[in-house]
Design a protein around this ligand. Structure first.
Ligand code: PEP
Ligand code: CO
Length: 455
């Protein structure tokens, strides 16, 4: 029998990756204020997403989750938000076409402000200061003032998240995502891209099917003028998550109303740790990152703690092994879950196991390695009688140069040109669309039975 859960029961467990606030009194005041502000999302939306994720776990839908590694307060601008929305829409259209499944669109946005770090402190030129842990905790410049964790940034983060969500909702309600008007979300670059023809062919095919269906039915398909968009972030900073975890009228349970779909990062996914304790009491659908260090026993234990009721749509495992380790690591995990007779949604994050440093010390990821992990993931799932129900990318709608490779063959020298990420390298818009095209082409060309490799 599990011990009683409360929104603060995590405080009795080992808590990793949290800042140390020099002014706990101010932190209490801020948390109280946060707890009284209106929520960012509602339990209706959360439950709708959960039922869609249950469909994805059964193979009826496919999850597309993507956005920045770390959102920054400075990038809370109309153009950056609209570009992210556009690239996710374009990718989802391509995926719908190739996979013949409805796509669940989830942004890594409106709250992706806290980052795990390998060291608590950073030393430069003899001075040691707290590490930068994301804009909701402290600021990046290396001064004592900037690096001191500041509780007021929790409020600034909440407000930025609210602004982001408000803009996304307005764009969508206003018709921005209308499938009858893909030109609304065409990014300018598409015309000049080597991928342009293929993309426009797909858009054209979808437009044709839509008008055919509408002529047949004699009316517009309302579903085509509006899409759902959900938000997610790593639920790392537990004071922020706790402050917005509430009961709602007419439903049982506690909802984290800061986001629809929080996940636990790889570094904080210990079954006896504070993050797992906190997440087990939430009614939201939740994700957990798993990878080379996750044993099959731990995986099943996590599933038992986080999804004791085997609720459809409740639990997602996001695997991130790296292209060299997935063939060895993933089959064992799939087998453990099969033997435990547990169904979860499996998602591949082909980014975080494939990070490397260039000779000059810049963090990057190679397009071909990301692609290889993704292709192996599809094959390994099919081979195990499971299926990959979604993908998780770090991407941006901007023309950055952070990952090497792709249709334009970006090289290490190109990285200097437009390298902006706060933490991890992201796919730029063109590389992101190319990933969607690859998945889609693969689904169109390869019959399911032949997706077998020796693993
Ligand atoms: C992330 O998603 O940015 C991240 C830190 O991932 P992971 O927990 O898988 O390392
Ligand atoms: Co990252």
């Amino acid at each position: 029998m599990a011990a009683e859960w409360t929104p603060t029961s995590w405080r009795k467990k080992k808590t990793l990756q949290q800042p140390s606030y020099p002014d706990p009194g101010r932190l209490d005041v801020v948390m109280e204020e946060l707890a009284h502000l209106p929520p960012l999302v509602t339990s209706w939306e959360i439950e709708r997403l959960k039922s869609q994720l249950a469909e994805a776990a059964r193979g009826e839908r496919f999850l597309l989750q993507g956005g920045d590694c770390a959102e920054s307060f400075a990038d809370c601008t109309s153009s950056a938000i609209a570009s992210k929305l556009k690239i996710l829409l374009q990718m989802s259209l391509v995926l719908t076409h190739g996979l013949r499944r409805r796509i669940i669109r989830v942004g890594r946005f409106a709250g992706q402000y806290a980052k795990p770090r390998s060291e608590d402190q950073e030393t430069r030129g003899g001075e040691t200061l707290p590490s930068y842990r994301g804009d909701v905790v402290n600021r990046a410049p290396f001064t004592r003032d900037d690096r001191t964790p500041n509780p007021d940034l929790l409020l600034r983060g909440y407000e930025r998240a609210a602004l982001t969500i408000n803009f996304i909702r307005s764009l969508i309600d206003g018709g921005f995502a209308d499938l009858h008007h893909p030109e609304y979300w065409d990014l300018d670059w598409v015309q000049h891209s080597p991928l342009a023809d293929e993309y426009h062919r797909i858009v054209g095919a979808i437009g044709d099917s839509l008008s055919f269906m509408e002529q047949l039915g004699g009316q517009a398909i309302a579903d085509a003028s509006r899409v759902d968009y959900f938000t997610s972030h790593e639920g790392l900073l537990l004071v922020y998550e706790q402050a917005q975890t509430r009961r709602v009228p007419h439903r049982s349970g506690w909802y984290n109303l800061s986001t629809h779909y929080p996940w636990i990062g790889l570094r904080t996914a210990q079954p006896d740790g504070a993050h797992v304790e906190f997440f087990r009491g939430l009614a939201n659908p939740i994700g957990v990152k798993v990878g080379p260090g996750t044993s099959p026993e731990t995986l099943v234990e996590l599933a038992e703690i986080l999804d004791p009721g085997r609720e459809p749509g409740r639990l997602t495992f996001i695997h991130r092994f790296g292209h060299q380790r997935i063939a060895e690591g993933l089959p064992v995990l799939l087998d453990a879950m099969r033997r435990a007779e547990r169904r979860v949604l499996w998602v591949c994050d082909p980014m975080h196991g494939n990070t490397e440093a260039t000779a000059s010390g810049l963090k990057t990821r190679r397009f071909d390695n990301i692609k290889s992990e993704l292709e192996q993931a599809f094959e390994i799932h099919a081979d195990a009688g499971s299926h990959l129900g979604g993908v998780h990318f770090e991407l941006t709608g901007e023309n950055v140069t952070e990952c090497v490779g792709g249709a334009r063959g970006l090289t290490e020298e190109d990285l200097r040109r437009s390298y902006h990420t706060q933490v991890d390298p992201r796919l730029n818009y063109e590389q992101a669309l190319e990933m969607a095209l690859l998945i889609s082409r693969r689904a169109a060309q390869v019959p399911r039975q032949s997706l077998r490799v020796a693993v």
